[in-house]
Design a protein around this ligand. Structure first.
Ligand code: SF4
Ligand code: SF4
Length: 110
């Protein structure tokens, strides 16, 4: 589930494209997310050993220092955490927001 959703088939395949996943309307229908039940599945699924539910929570609270402490910038944005989450939480999206914010702050601090 790596990568970014595309809303048109007019997007070109480029050198860095490693695969294309096509979903039908039913498969692409994302249900409403619910509260985190602390099952830890996102932690088990993360290939770089992050704690996605923690980072996502910090991001939603706009606590980007907290997200940084939990190494948000190490996220490779594979989406595995969002995929396995039984509560269908948009973890990868929240983590991406934190990652961008942290990197922007670091640039400004230089
Ligand atoms: S997989 Fe979803 S419900 Fe389970 S701990 Fe992670 S965020 Fe929470
Ligand atoms: S999107 Fe980031 S936090 Fe989620 S499983 Fe992939 S590397 Fe880990």
């Amino acid at each position: 589930m790596m990568g970014i959703a595309q809303y048109t088939d007019e997007v070109p395949v480029i050198k860095g494209t490693s695969g294309i996943l096509v979903l039908n309307k039913k498969e692409a229908n994302i249900p409403e997310h619910s509260n985190c039940i602390l099952c830890g599945k996102c932690v088990d699924a993360c290939p770089v050993n992050l704690m996605p539910y923690k980072i996502a929570r910090f991001s939603l609270l706009k606590n980007f220092d907290g997200a940084d402490e939990y190494h948000a910038t190490d996220c490779i944005e594979c989406g595995a955490c969002s995929y396995v989450c039984p509560a269908k939480r948009p973890l990868k999206e929240s983590i991406s927001v934190a990652k961008k914010e942290i990197l922007t702050r670091r640039k400004k601090a230089k």
